[in-house]
Design a binder for this molecule. Structure first.
Ligand code: 4NP
Length: 162
């Protein structure tokens, strides 16, 4: 059997968008019975929230869609670029910070992309930071994540990403 595809979601704090990405993706992978084919993780470019669980507001929004949020925040590190196959940046600032981290990795192999490149039902190019806004921002994050994660899985299953 092929080795699992390794996916890393990255935002700024690793308490809102990227843990939601990790948990939405794992939820969809579970529905398809593909658990043995994937390893999914998330990380933040900043270290403010290391060790913290996901933001309660993100957890509440995800729960209404039947998705439980788990995980603890960690900071992205250079070796993530050799340990993962795909790294999904939530926004352009995350992407630029990740390019700087990639320079410190000896043998980077991960494909670094803006997550919204996989969205088909939304025209946004970034997953907006919901941290300082109201509950609608957390729902928007989940809308974008469900869209892009679903498209990624469909493309993965069809072999388009090989
Ligand atoms: P995230 O959201 O990057 O989606 O986890 C944020 C979390 C914390 C902060 C900013 C954004 N903060 O400034 O502490």
């Amino acid at each position: 059997m092929d080795s699992p595809t390794r996916l890393l979601f990255v935002c700024l704090g690793n308490i809102c968008r990227s843990p939601a990405g990790e948990n939405v993706m794992n939820h969809l992978i579970g529905k398809e019975g593909l658990e043995s084919q994937f390893v999914v993780d998330s990380a933040g470019t900043a270290g403010y929230h290391i060790g913290n669980p996901p933001d309660l507001r993100m957890g509440r929004a995800a729960k209404t869609r039947g998705i439980a949020m788990c995980g603890r925040a960690r900071q992205v590190k250079p070796s993530d670029f050799s340990d993962f196959d795909w790294i999904f940046a939530m926004d352009r600032s995350n992407y630029d910070d990740l390019v700087a981290v990639r320079k410190k990795c000896d043998a980077p192999t991960a494909k670094l992309v803006l997550f919204c490149d996989f969205c088909e039902a939304h025209s946004e190019s970034e997953v907006p930071d919901p941290y300082y806004g109201g509950p609608e921002g957390f729902d928007k994050v989940l809308d974008l994540l469900e869209d892009g994660c679903g498209v990624f899985l469909r493309k993965w299953k069809s072999g388009e990403l090989d």
